[in-house]
Design a protein around this ligand. Structure first.
Ligand code: NAD
Ligand code: 3PG
Length: 611
């Protein structure tokens, strides 16, 4: 029974089977998925379950040994403990300071890529990977150097290490704040140049001053805590931050304009996104209090550096302390870097021994987990699903894909798939049933046999949309115990012709339904016919008029051909009327066997389906 593989399957797209004649790839219309509100809850914690153990070294080594060692390319310096962990699971190629061309050349030879902020993982990199790259691990927070859309289209998971360098970045912001206010860097350089300039480097005090935190996330809130300890009045602007979290540490959330126009110090802590790019421009600087001081340990791109230079020159901004730059490293003759009122560090926010060890371990665990087929809690471009949920749904994941695979093979050539409906019957509250993985696996089952695409949890929705495949989900709420997550899954393909008329429901759609029995997926409905056949190996469906002797005739043909029948089931509408025979066989029958079945008297139609 093939139930051990599904979780690996979720991430590891497999090469598609050749397009069968008679089916069509002309999928139409758009996707319409109902929204799920599980994300916040699922983000909470990704606990390893017995079915999906966390990447301890022993487990990792065992898994690698069983499945062959993957290869991981590390392009920037990573903490030793993380490297060691990666090496316990994979072949690790550390190649630093690669040119873009060298990176493209190497990436098709690896299963995972681990980077920090200096490696640009562009669309060209994903294209050069030619489908092999399964995961990109960003050893840090900011993923603005990774083309997420291209990763998703390529079915490549992107994971980051979002927490291990938070304190280091916050401490660096506070270090820059204090160093700037007291001219530490300038005074140090002056003294080392043989001067003793006490009156030139008179600073400003922090106590009682207003600090505006722009972006009240992990780093921003840690900076706020520390600044309060220094006696500063802290306000923050973050359109998405919960008011309660700010209130809990005594910080008022205010509007953007209020923050920038009332602060003596402004510290930037938002991500670089299209909407934050050059957010701090001439117009913004003009609204600030004259003599404001600015710290940036977020991303250089959130500031229009030329506008900042003008604001420094005209005195609007008294001083700036910058750890990050639009271009890194900045040009050697950068006026901003050399400005006497600017303190600079070369992107050192995350660079403490402790943070780098933490980040390295965090990313190594995430990458190993992803290579093993687990869905990482820190996945940036895929739904985050708790290990317990995955474990519980694993037989349904297999069922969902097999139903999709079955349904598409029943489509007659040229009729095109107009839309897919997936119906889940369950006694469980819909809010407690996360079906995103099942939907993705139905899409995988439908798309892979008719295209060269490979589909996984990362790109399923994208692939469906690209192909104009409209997938809708429906829940049927049953009475009964919510212990069993799903009673049945039904896949319907609307407005298509079928090469097996018996699979058409009264409404004219292809309809197959399955259940999980004793952990094994079973086919339980084909069109209007109830059957019960284990979904393993291959399947022959025959439609005939219900009468004695046919099962024996077909069975003896298969026996003579040495084809092992693993399951057989007959479903009929009424005695003596139409019936369907579903036969599970281990091997693939040759043409001769199929011809003999087709010639059996009373067999009106039959179809051979690969599962
Ligand atoms: N210099 C370094 O070495 C270093 C180290 C760590 C993090 N960082 C950078 O610091 C930034 C923050 O990291 P984090 O871990 O706190 O991330 P985070 O996601 O926890 O916090 C970012 C916050 O910014 C908010 N935000 C988004 N758009 C905004 C906008 N337009 N205005 C105001 N707020 C907005 C978000 O709601 C979120 O609360 C990122 O850019 C990250 O790359 C730099
Ligand atoms: O976003 C981050 O995590 C920081 O900018 C750190 O980047 P680094 O890993 O290149 O130091």
């Amino acid at each position: 029974m093939a139930l051990a593989t599904p979780l690996r399957h979720l991430l590891a797209g497999q090469p598609a089977a050749p397009e069968p004649t008679g089916t069509t790839a002309s999928l139409t219309t758009q996707r319409a998925f109902p929204p799920h509100n599980h994300r916040g809850r699922l983000r909470a914690r990704f606990a390893a379950s017995p079915a999906s153990p966390g990447p301890t070294r022993d487990v990792a080594t065992a898994a690698a040994g069983a499945a062959g060692r993957p290869t991981v390319l590390v392009t920037e310096k990573l903490g030793a403990a993380g490297l060691e962990l990666l090496r316990s699971f994979a072949n690790v190629d550390c190649a630093y300071e690669l040119t873009a061309e060298e990176l493209r050349a190497k990436v098709s030879l690896v299963d995972a890529l681990v980077v920090r902020s200096a490696t640009r993982v562009s669309r060209e990199v994903f294209e050069a990977a030619r489908g092999r790259l399964r995961v990109v691990g960003r050893a840090g927070v900011g993923i603005d150097n990774v083309d997420l859309q291209a990763a998703t289209e390529a079915g490549c998971l992107v994971v980051n290490a979002p927490t291990a360098n938070t304190v280091a970045a916050a401490e660096h912001a506070v270090a820059l704040l204090a160093a700037m206010a007291r001219n530490v860097a300038q005074a140090d350089a002056s003294l080392k140049a043989g001067k003793w300039q006490r009156s030139k480097f008179v600073g400003v005090s922090l106590v009682g001053k207003t600090l505006a935190i722009m972006g009240f996330g992990k780093v921003g809130s840690e900076v706020a805590r520390r600044a309060k300890g220094l006696g500063m009045d802290v306000i923050a602007h973050d359109p998405y931050a919960p008011v309660d979290r700010a209130r809990a540490i005594g910080v008022d959330l205010v509007s953007f304009d209020e923050a920038i126009s009332t602060a003596d110090f402004i510290s930037l802590h938002m991500p670089l996104t299209p909407s934050t790019t050059k957010l701090f421009d001439d117009e913004t600087f003009a609204k600030m209090t004259k003599g404001v001081r600015i710290i940036n340990v977020a991303r250089g791109g959130v500031v229009d550096e030329e506008a900042l230079l003008r604001a420094l020159d005209n005195g609007t901004v008294a001083q700036a302390a910058l750890d990050v730059f639009f271009e890194e490293p900045p040009p050697k003759d950068s006026k901003l870097v050399h400005h006497e009122n600017v303190t600079v560090t070369p992107h050192l926010g995350a660079s403490t021994t402790e943070a780098q060890e933490g980040v390295a371990i965090e990313i190594a665990e995430a990458v190993i987990g992803a290579l093993k087929g687990d869905l990482a809690a820190t996945a940036v471009n895929a739904p985050m699903v708790l290990a317990e949920v995955l474990s519980e749904l694993s037989p349904y994941i297999v069922l969902a894909e097999k139903l999709g695979r079955l349904a598409v093979q029943l489509v007659a050539g040229g009729s095109g798939i107009k839309g897919v409906k997936v119906v889940y019957s369950s006694a469980r509250d819909p809010d407690d049933l996360d079906t995103r993985i099942l939907r993705a696996m139905v899409t995988k089952g439908i798309v892979e046999p008719i295209s060269s695409a490979f589909v996984n949890i990362v790109n399923a929705d994208y692939v469906a949309k690209q192909r104009g495949l409209r997938v809708v989900e429906e829940r049927i709420l049953l009475d009964g115990s919510p212990e069993v997550p799903i009673s049945s899954i039904q896949v319907q393909l609307a407005n298509v012709e079928s090469k097996f008329a018996g699979a058409l429901s009264d409404e004219g759609d292809i309809r197959v339904e399955g259940k999980v029995k004793d952990g094994t997926p079973h086919l339980t409905l084909v069109g209007p016919f109830s059957v019960d056949v284990s979904l393993e190996g291959n399947l022959i469906l025959c439609r005939q008029v219900d009468q004695p002797g046919i099962i024996g005739k077909v069975g003896s043909i298969l026996g003579k051909m040495n084809l092992n029948v693993n399951f057989m089931s007959v479903g009929r509408i009424a005695p003596g009327k139409q019936a369907i025979m579903a036969i599970g066989i281990d091997e693939e029958p040759d043409k001769e066997a199929l011809k003999l079945i087709g010639e059996t008297p009373s067999v009106q139609e039959f179809v051979f389906l690969k599962l």
